[in-house]
Design a protein around this ligand. Sequence first.
Ligand SMILES: Cc1cc2nc3c(=O)[nH]c(=O)nc-3n(C[C@H](O)[C@H](O)[C@H](O)COP(=O)(O)OP(=O)(O)OC[C@H]3O[C@@H](n4cnc5c(N)ncnc54)[C@H](O)[C@@H]3O)c2cc1C
Length: 392
Amino acid sequence: MVDFSLSDPDRAVLDGVAAEAKAGEKYARHYDDHEEEVLPKSFPEASGFPPIQQRLRGRSGHDTPMLVLQVLMRIEREAHCGVPLRQPPTALGNAALDAAGTAVQKARWGHLMLAMSITEPGAGSDTKAIQTTARLDGDAWVLNGDKIFVTNGVRCDGTIVWATVDKSAGRGGIKSFLVMKGTPGFELVRKERKLGIRASDTAAYAFRDCRVPRDHLIGGDESVPRGEREGSASYKGVLKTFNMTRPFVAAGGIGKALGAFRFARDRLAEAGIVVDVDEGPTCRSAAAQALLDIEADIEAATLTVLRAAWLASQGKPNNLEASVAKAKGGELCRSGPQRAMEALGAMSLSHDYPIEQYLRDGRITDIYEGTGQIQRLVIAREILGYSSEELT
Ligand SMILES: Cc1cc2nc3c(=O)[nH]c(=O)nc-3n(C[C@H](O)[C@H](O)[C@H](O)COP(=O)(O)OP(=O)(O)OC[C@H]3O[C@@H](n4cnc5c(N)ncnc54)[C@H](O)[C@@H]3O)c2cc1C
């Protein structure tokens, strides 16, 4: 039976996450206004909060499954308009290494912070259209191509790069490679400037005759499967990581909607508008009704991420549920803050309040790791039983 009620230790963990996220609010506007700056590894206030691993110790098998607790922590963290007091030591590339790397590669590179470079100027949603090439030359792979919008691309130690070793093989020819910063031919071209999540560094890269050792091929399998529906082991392995990360991305958008909701609720309460659920809709103000509607949508979206995370925690397939969660979170990240702003009026556009930043920071939820449209494609394929070639 699925039960999402929280034990006392889990509640305490979430309260701690909320307190830490609140402490990071004082830096939010600075890093939003100074996008050229990169966050330090930690802020002085971090010393007031034990590392999360420490706080998670002592949980028992009766507590909420870890993946479920992790999405709840993400929602709570993102509901505060702040910056992390400590930067996480890993990034999306680490998840790819975990999913597709050999035991030796994981042991060798697992401690590094690794970004993930898939997207190119001409290839986003359609990942099999990537043009970056990798050619074997003696004992090295030689990479050539351009990558854009690499999250953590400035701060990372290295990146996992998608490249094709054989364009004629379609997705079967796509492999991933570890490229460390400082490798000759690997250039950080620029730090991207963005509408939101400006405290998160996003980079564009160029690879020009960039040689990496032969054993930097993630998973180590150099064979190229043929046939339309085949993907190389590392291609499939990396795609699998998105089943795990999509609920977390969705949780980020839900958190932004929750933060905007709480802000609007508290401001409206100061103005005497308080939601009374016993009141009929005809007696309720439009602003109070808006709050109720946003809250209901947050609850619904939250249940979808909890379900996707719970399935993963049980080792069950969650491809459909992860996409439902991502599609729902991607919608809510826009509609939630937008409606909260409508209820507040002009103050919601002011630089003096965080609510406009919730809208800007949340917007990405519906774009990276598969746009809302792509999630709907995945959902349709899962329900109707079509392959990615049959329904594109
Ligand atoms: C802040 C930020 C961080 C990012 N971080 C990373 C990262 O770390 N690593 C990385 O590799 N990439 C990253 N990305 C890139 C991101 O994953 C892509 O932007 C995303 O996959 C969409 O690709 P695109 O922008 O090229 O849009 P396109 O694929 O060109 O799509 C444009 C529009 O067409 C729609 N569309 C496309 N195909 C279809 C279809 N078949 N059916 C219906 N509609 C369709 C899309 O939904 C979208 O609305 C990041 C992007 C941003 C903005």
